[in-house]
Design a protein around this ligand. Sequence first.
Ligand code: ZN
Length: 268
Amino acid sequence: MKKLSLTFLVLMAVTACKTNPFTGKSTLNFYDNSQVFPMAFSQYDQFLEENKVVTGTSDAQMIARVGQRIASAAERWLDANGYPGYLKDYQWEYNLVDNETVNAWCMPGGKIVFYTGILPITQNETGVAVVMGHEVAHALADHGAQRMSAGTLQQIGAVAGNVAIKDDETRGLFNQAYGVGSQIGVMLPFSRKHETEADRIGLQIMAIAGYNPDEAAELWKRMKAAGGQAPPEFLSTHPSNDTRISNLTAWAPAAKQEARKFGVTSFK
Ligand SMILES: [Zn+2]
């Protein structure tokens, strides 16, 4: 019995593997966009209803402008690399919310929130592009769905043989992954591997969007400096350490090189 369920788990894990276009690596993912996106869209709408969305200010316009440029850069990259239509189910939205919490997040399907509290650290449009690129990269690489899948495997493992993943279990895993029910956007930390992937992908996208990737390391230095006694929310899920900063510095020239393939030769 135990052996059988183990075989099943291995089989299921193998068939649930998807290739991440950005890393070329095979990853464990049980979930389709069609299962995850509707949950993200309704939670996002609810969040906007319950919070104060900033509209019409130059900051709000900047968030939307950076978001559009980052989304368009991601689309160009995917088209050029043999993944046309990868973003067809995305419904991009970029909102600034009046809240002093230092945080920003992107839910599956391109639903983005920046809190006004992060703006003193991003400082300018390029700083916003660093955070936007990173958060969008988590969504593009399906990191949330992978985290849900790891949870699924644990659940199935726990009940050994109870193979069907029920809808409410899927919802529970989604809520857990995205902090729904406690404080939305306060998510479980991504793994260090996912953080590193999001840094690398984000850097590439921001450069294709025309933003200077050299500024990524500077943003994370400012984020690190904002730590101390009471680290901002963003730092609880995104530790800013010297490895992260030196990685970003080392990868910036390759990101610029990639951007040149798309005709981008100057960066702001
Ligand atoms: Zn991250």
